[in-house]
Write a protein that binds this ligand. Structure first.
Ligand code: PEP
Length: 252
């Protein structure tokens, strides 16, 4: 069985003080929930203090990005080793904002995933097509390329520590959620890809999250789909009651 995972991507929001207020509220709202992995991904500057506040709670810490090298002359970058040192357990990689705004390639994302696994950190590996790609009938090609290139050189056993997030770019931050059927279809396709690249057992065991305008109003329908194992949540993760409601999605 795949344990559900709900992860909040705070993007470039919240001072340290605001971040601490939010995690205190989340700790209160989410006490005792142990049937889902709950994750928050604050900005780099808040990670240390948030890690201290989350210590001993049922909420884990993620970073939003990393650089694949451990140390060295890479001004402005942060490595998996340093993220582990500060208390992160997960790192988001390949987010469409990084692909689109910062020109990150599949090859670069692949290096990050290898580097995270070496530090025993768990990548949350984002993939997804743009609206143009979907409308031009290229969605399956794009997902295939992103999965194959992003996971290049990976052993099947490594997939135990990798979470995939399917995030159609046209649904991120736009308020336009994929319908339950659209999301379910893409997730089933991605699981099929994993079966082809690895094997059935690996495909069945890998968690695939949906991301793209997930909110309290649509989470139950999405989570009812067989191949949707959780959510990567942007905007709605910035308000404790909304994120808590998403974590408390309707169990079957
Ligand atoms: C995201 O940041 O990964 C995301 C899905 O954002 P939003 O929920 O705001 O669409």
């Amino acid at each position: 069985m795949r344990k559900p995972m709900i992860a909040g991507n705070w993007k470039l929001h919240k001072t340290v003080e605001e971040a601490l207020d939010l995690v205190e509220a989340l700790k209160d709202e989410l006490t005792g929930i142990d049937d889902a992995d709950i994750i928050v991904a604050p900005v780099f500057t808040a990670l240390g203090k948030v890690a201290e506040t989350l210590s001993g709670s049922n909420i884990s810490l993620a970073a939003q990005n990393c650089y694949p090298e451990k140390t060295g002359a890479f001004t402005g970058e942060v490595s998996p080793m340093l993220l582990k040192d500060i208390g992160c357990r997960y790192v988001i990689v390949g987010h469409s904002e990084r692909r689109q705004l910062f020109g990150e390639s599949d090859e670069f994302i692949n290096r990050k995933i290898h580097s995270l696994l070496e530090e025993e950190l768990q990548p949350i590996f984002c993939i997804g097509e743009t609206l143009e790609e979907r409308e031009n009938g290229r969605m399956y090609d794009i997902l295939t390329r992103q999965v194959k290139e992003g996971l290049k050189g990976m052993e099947a056993a490594a997939m135990r520590n990798i979470v995939i997030a399917y995030e159609p770019v046209w649904a991120i931050g736009t308020g336009k959620t994929a319908t339950d059927e659209q999301a379910a279809e893409a997730h089933a396709f991605i699981r099929g890809l994993l079966q082809g690249v690895f094997d059935q057992e690996t495909a069945d065991a890998t968690r695939i999250l949906y991301g793209g305008s997930v909110k309290p109003e649509n989470v139950d329908g999405l989570m009812a789909q067989d191949d949707i194992d959780g959510a990567l949540v942007g905007g709605a993760s910035l308000k404790a009651p909304d994120f808590a409601r998403i974590v408390r999605f309707k169990r079957n």
